[in-house]
Design a protein around this ligand. Structure first.
Ligand SMILES: Cc1ncc(COP(=O)(O)O)c(C=O)c1O
Ligand SMILES: N[C@@H](CCCC[NH3+])C(=O)O
Length: 413
C-alpha cells in the first residue's frame, strides 16, 4: 500500500498551483469514486448502506458526487445536514450521530425525515422524544452502544472505551432499549457503535460486533426487533506503510458473523473514502538554518492542516521542483508553516532535496484536512480543487482578507 495518488502528476500539481495559487487542496474524483464503490459494491449476504461521514470532507461537490453514486451520509450537526440536502443527498439515507445534538438540528432532521438518530444517552432519548412529540412526529432511533473495546489507535481518536464520552454503556444498553421502546414518539430501529478512527486491523471491529450481536439477540428475546446494525466508521488508510484491511474483507467478515440474522448493515466511513484522494500543495517561501537544523518555511500551516500538530499525524511529503534560484541540498528538513506556534509543522526530519519556490505535496490530506482548518493567525482558508478526468475544477474559492472580519463589527464610538 502507498499513500501516493498517482493521478497527481508533477504537471497537474504545477498547473493547479499556477492556476489557483498555494496553499491548495487538490482532490481526485476518480479516487473518491473508487474508494466509495469499494464499500458500496462490496459483496455481502446482507444489504449494505454506506453512510459517508461528512466530517471527513464536507465540500458540497464531494457530497454531490457521493450522493450520485448512491451514498447515504453520517452527519453530526445541522450544518452537515444542510450541506447534504443542498448537495442532493436523500434524507432517508441520513444517520445523525453526536453526543450533543441541538434542538434546532433535531427538529430539522425530523421535518425532513432522516433514516435515524444515533442516540448517545438516556437524556438524549428523552430530548428527541419531546422534540418529536411537540411536532406530532415519531423519531426513528438507534442506540449508540459503547462496547468498551480498545481500537489500538491514537487516544484522541479512540471512542469505544468506557472512559470516552461516547455512547451508552454495554451494561445499560438493554434497559435503555426497553425505556426507548416505552417512549411514545420514538421508533426503535437499530443499534450503532463507533470505536474510533484510523483503525488498521479488523479484530477490534469484530470484537465490538460480537458484543452488539449478543445484545441484538437478547433484545429479540425481549420482543425488540431491530432492523439495522450500524458499525460506524473507523477503517484506517495508508499514511506511510500501514497494511489496512479492505472494505470488502471487512464487510465479508461482518456479514459472515451476522449469519441468518436479517439486518441491514450500515457503515459510516469517512477517512477511507477521501483521505488518499486528496493532497495539500504548498510552496516553500524560504529556507532557514538554526544551529544546524534546516527549516523549510512553507505557505501552508497548522491552520490549513491540523493533523500533525494535533495528533502528531504523519503525512508523506514529496517535492515538485520549482524554478530553483538556489541549489537544492538533500538533507533532513523540518517542514514548518508561518504560524506563531512551535507546534506548527507539517513534517519533521524529512530527508528531502528542497529549494525555495519548490512545491511540496502533503499526501493523504483529503480527510480531516480542509474540514479542520481555521483562520488562526488571520490566515484566509485556502481553495479546494477537484481533478475531474483531466480538468481542474475549483470547488471552493480561496478566502480573501475581507472574509476574515466580514462578521465582525466596529464599536459605535
Ligand atoms: C460517529 C462517527 N462515525 C463515523 C466517523 C468516521 O470515521 P472515519 O473517518 O475514521 O471512517 C466518525 C469519526 O471518527 C464518527 O465519530
Ligand atoms: N479528525 C481526526 C479523526 C477524528 C474522527 C472524528 N470522530 C483525524 O484527523 O484523524
Amino acid at each position: 500500500m502507498s499513500p501516493i495518488n498517482t493521478n497527481f502528476s508533477s504537471t497537474v500539481i504545477r498547473e493547479a498551483a499556477n492556476t489557483f495559487g498555494t496553499p491548495l487542496y487538490l482532490y481526485d474524483e476518480a479516487a473518491i469514486r473508487h474508494a466509495f464503490l469499494a464499500w458500496h459494491e462490496a459483496p455481502s449476504h446482507h444489504s449494505v448502506l454506506t453512510c459517508y461521514a461528512v466530517k471527513a470532507n464536507s465540500n458540497i461537490a464531494v457530497l454531490q458526487l457521493l450522493s450520485r453514486l448512491g451514498a447515504g451520509f453520517d452527519i453530526v450537526s445541522q450544518g452537515e445536514l444542510e450541506r447534504v440536502l443542498h448537495a442532493g443527498g436523500l434524507p432517508e439515507r441520513i444517520v445523525f450521530s453526536g453526543v450533543g445534538k441541538s434542538t434546532a438540528a433535531i427538529a430539522r432532521a425530523l421535518e425532513v425525515g432522516i433514516k435515524c438518530f444515533n442516540v448517545e444517552s438516556i437524556r438524549e432519548l428523552e430530548h428527541i422524544n419531546s422534540v418529536a412529540a411537540e411536532r406530532g412526529l415519531s423519531a426513528k432511533v438507534s442506540l449508540r452502544v459503547n462496547p468498551d473495546v480498545d481500537a489500538n489507535t491514537h487516544p484522541y481518536i479512540s471512542t469505544g472505551l468506557k472512559s470516552n464520552k461516547f455512547g451508552i454503556s454495554h451494561e445499560e444498553a438493554v434497559s435503555a432499549y426497553r425505556y426507548a421502546s416505552s417512549l411514545a414518539h420514538l421508533d426503535v430501529v437499530g443499534i450503532d457503535c463507533h470505536i474510533g478512527s484510523q483503525i488498521t486491523e479488523l479484530e477490534p471491529f469484530l470484537a465490538s460486533l460480537d458484543r452488539l450481536l449478543e445484545l441484538i439477540d437478547q433484545l429479540a428475546e425481549d420482543g425488540i426487533h431491530l432492523r439495522h446494525l450500524d458499525l460506524g466508521g473507523g477503517l484506517g488508510i495508508c499514511y506511510t506503510d500501514e497494511q489496512v484491511p479492505s472494505a470488502q474483507s471487512y464487510i465479508a467478515a461482518v456479514s459472515e458473523k451476522l449469519g441468518s440474522r436479517s439486518l441491514e448493515l450500515v457503515f459510516e466511513p469517512g477517512r477511507s473514502i477521501v483521505a488518499n484522494a486528496g493532497i495539500l500543495i504548498t510552496e516553500v517561501i524560504l529556507s532557514k538554518e538554526n544551529t544546524g537544523k534546516h527549516f523549510a518555511i512553507v505557505d501552508a500551516a497548522m491552520n490549513d492542516l491540523m493533523r500533525p500538530a494535533l495528533y502528531q499525524g504523519h503525512h508523506h511529503i514529496d517535492v515538485v521542483a520549482g524554478p530553483r534560484i538556489l541549489a537544492a541540498t538533500e538533507q533532513s528538513w523540518d517542514i514548518v508553516g508561518p504560524v506563531c506556534e512551535t507546534g506548527d509543522f507539517l513534517g519533521l526530519n524529512r530527508q528531502l532535496s528542497i529549494a525555495e519556490r519548490d512545491l511540496l505535496v502533503i499526501h493523504s490530506a483529503g480527510a480531516y484536512g480542509f474540514t479542520m482548518s481555521s483562520n488562526y493567525n488571520s490566515r484566509p482558508r485556502c481553495a479546494e480543487v477537484l481533478l475531474r478526468k483531466d480538468q481542474l475544477v475549483e470547488i471552493r474559492s480561496r478566502e480573501v482578507i475581507t472574509d476574515l472580519f466580514a462578521h465582525e463589527q466596529l464599536l459605535a464610538e
